[in-house]
Design a protein. Structure first.
Length: 245
């Protein structure tokens, strides 16, 4: 007696037509995904970049000392250390400043290494801190100018000790001569007193520091953005002047 065979092909095709993966692979069935933790920065990479940028800062100072190119290289003095702060934070920036000073003390002697660390090493850390926090330009320029003015006075003091002469007295004599010439051109028959001469010398130091830090901001705004570590945008009037020029 023969048993009739069922048509399995029809039932299989009907099952395949009704199969929906979304009804099986539902969020209720799948295990929940655990959020991935961000990878910690590689300590070896931090060390290599810090050492490289510290060496770059030292090399810029060394080249400018033996082959001075005017103010061009001076604008780059604090930028490598500031870049270290933007990439790896406070500790790496201080390490870069310290390594730069130690390297320059070996290559050029302790005196010149101190003149780099104060103010340019500290200035790089300060500017990196301000740019990392996104502070406005007038804040970072004010703080940087104050540090730069203190650094210039420190430079005069240290060089006076090394030279055995009072270089600040030489500066005041030059300022007095300039004021005498200016008063003569204006027709003022007066002699500038010591207080006016000292105030003019300090004002010149502060103005020079403000101008330097402002131009450093412009160079950093143009350069660091291309390196993938932008700083805060300049004020609107600065952008307008740059666009017009």
């Amino acid at each position: 007696m023969s048993v009739p065979l069922e048509d399995n092909s029809a039932s299989a095709s009907e099952t395949n037509d009704n199969f929906d993966p979304e009804t099986i692979l539902t969020p209720d069935i799948l295990p929940p995904r655990r959020p991935r933790k961000p990878l910690a920065p590689d300590p070896a990479l931090i060390l290599v970049e810090t050492a490289f940028l510290a060496s770059a800062a030292s090399l810029i100072w060394l080249v400018n000392a033996y082959f001075p190119l005017g103010p061009l290289l001076r604008l780059l003095f604090p930028l490598p250390i500031a870049l270290v702060y933007l990439r790896w934070g406070n500790r790496a920036a201080w390490m870069a400043a310290l390594v730069s000073g130690l390297l320059l003390s070996v290559l050029m002697g302790p005196a010149r290494s101190i003149l780099f660390v104060m103010p340019f090493g500290f200035l790089g850390v300060l500017l990196g801190y301000c740019w990392h926090r996104g502070t406005q330009w007038w804040v970072s320029i004010s703080l940087g100018s104050l540090l730069g003015a203190i650094g210039l006075l420190f430079r005069i003091w240290l060089l006076s000790i090394l030279a055995g002469e009072d270089l600040w007295l030489y500066v005041t004599v030059q300022i007095r001569g300039t004021l005498d010439w200016l008063f003569l051109k204006l027709g003022w028959l007066i002699q500038p007193d010591l207080l006016l001469v000292q105030a003019s010398a300090l004002g010149l130091v502060v103005f020079n520091s403000i101008l330097y830090v402002f131009v450093v901001h412009l160079v950093a705004w143009w350069l660091l953005e291309r390196l993938g570590n932008p700083i805060p945008d300049p004020p609107t009037w600065v952008q307008v002047l740059l666009e017009d020029s």
